[in-house]
Design a protein. Structure first.
Length: 160
């Protein structure tokens, strides 16, 4: 992993962010606030490094920042970050967890793990395919939710 990724951390805390600002700030539970500056310019993989959600990864694009509970992973030259994101989504971080009460993972430990990285063009192809599947799943989930709401509404109308 160290051949294809660079890792950085932030000292930003949730108390440092506000409800208003230009750029989103991500924490362990998604967007936690906004700032008028950013630390990530294009894209990044954020990985939760402390707490109950340790090892959870998310892929972000655009200008944004991350709190100190996340590591920011960037692809090195010749590697496609979105492909690596999909690899990390199924990666087993369990052997790399430390700490009794509050689990932690450290890049210095899991960066030695080996992952499959084909040519850049293949990485791009695989990432596009997996992204299309993710988009289709999201669309189908939204349709299912809307059908459930429609069913509830129709049942409510029947028994008024």
């Amino acid at each position: 992993m160290s051949d294809c990724l660079e890792c950085s951390s932030s000292t930003l805390q949730e108390s440092d962010v506000s409800e208003h600002g230009i750029y989103p700030v991500y924490g362990a539970n998604g967007i936690v606030g906004y700032l008028d500056y950013y630390n990530t310019e294009n894209e990044a993989v954020y990985i939760i490094k402390d707490g109950s959600g340790v090892g959870t990864v998310s892929y972000v694009t655009g200008k944004c920042s991350a709190t100190g509970t996340l590591n920011t992973l960037q692809a090195k030259k010749g590697y496609f970050l979105q492909y690596i994101y999909y690899i990390l989504k199924v990666f087993n971080f369990e052997p790399y967890k430390t700490g009794m009460a509050i689990p932690h993972i450290y890049f210095k430990d899991y960066n030695k793990a080996k992952i499959f990285c084909p040519t850049y063009s293949k990485q791009l192809q695989y990432a596009r395919l997996l992204s299309a599947i993710d988009n289709k799943l999201s669309t189908e989930q939204m349709i299912l939710t809307n059908l459930g709401l429609q069913k509830q509404d129709l049942l409510r109308q029947m028994f008024i």
